[in-house]
Design a protein around this ligand. Sequence first.
Ligand code: ADP
Length: 305
Amino acid sequence: MSPALEIIGLEKTYANGLQALKGIDLRVENGDFFALLGPNGAGKSTTIGVICSLVNKSAGTVRVKGVDIDENFPAAKRHLGVVPQEFNFNVFEIVEDILIHQAGYYGIPLKTALQRIDLYLEKLGLADKRHTRARMLSGGMKRRLMIARALIHEPSVLILDEPTAGVDIEMRRSMYEFLREINAAGTTIILTTHYLEEAESLCRNIAIINHGKIVTNTSIKNLLRELHREIFILDSREPLPQDLAVDGFTVSRKDDYCIEAQIEQGQDLAELMARLHNKGVSIISMRNRENRLEQMFVSLLEQAS
Ligand code: ADP
């Protein structure tokens, strides 16, 4: 089966010459809950804009459920529900009408549309706002209305650009619960965020984007493991023995006098030193090599502040 989303060599240069995407490759499998994480200005919204055809790409290929957006955008669009960052409904319209019009746009019979409106307004905590004018809704409610509207044609892939921006903590929790529920029922979800915690609590897989490039693409589990891994460089007084294996630890020989050791969360460096000592290796100096990802997150935080 085709993946939910496939992006190959995506580039975008804006009219002012700014290269926002510098060759992005991404693949999101069906049923995944996927995070695109990056600081402000990294290129997340540009990527989403290209997928839903709001932004013209400069190069590359985008396929949604195997459908190339250049070849048949209407077919790709049917698979997609997109919740952009900016509210783009008519704020003078009544909530229910916004949803009915969207359903009409997709050719959904009114009876079915009304059933779905019942369901999604209820699930998103907006049932009592059904007959309210959209401009009367709070920011968080508007965001939830955008989600209801994106789901009205029951797309198999839901893409949300910073879904919790401006949403208070209580509502955030219920939004998470709802997203987990529709993901469990089979909808592939892709969200952008600049909070690792958000990706961590919701998603299975993650790509980190910075300056228009994907810097990491892995499972959340692996990412967290890598984030918590420390790497030490140990120097030995004497030339190292050939066999350096220490049960339970990852150690490798850099040269005749130097060892690189990975210490996972919960492992004890002192124990490694003692075990090396038992092998006749005396360590005379040691330094901590900075974790690549940790370094990156520190620089992301510095940029964000
Ligand atoms: P993110 O969503 O990760 O915050 P964006 O995709 O919005 O990042 O922006 C990526 C880069 O492209 C930023 O440097 C931003 O200023 C720039 N950019 C976004 N939209 C435009 C535009 N319409 N014209 C020129 N530059 C843009």
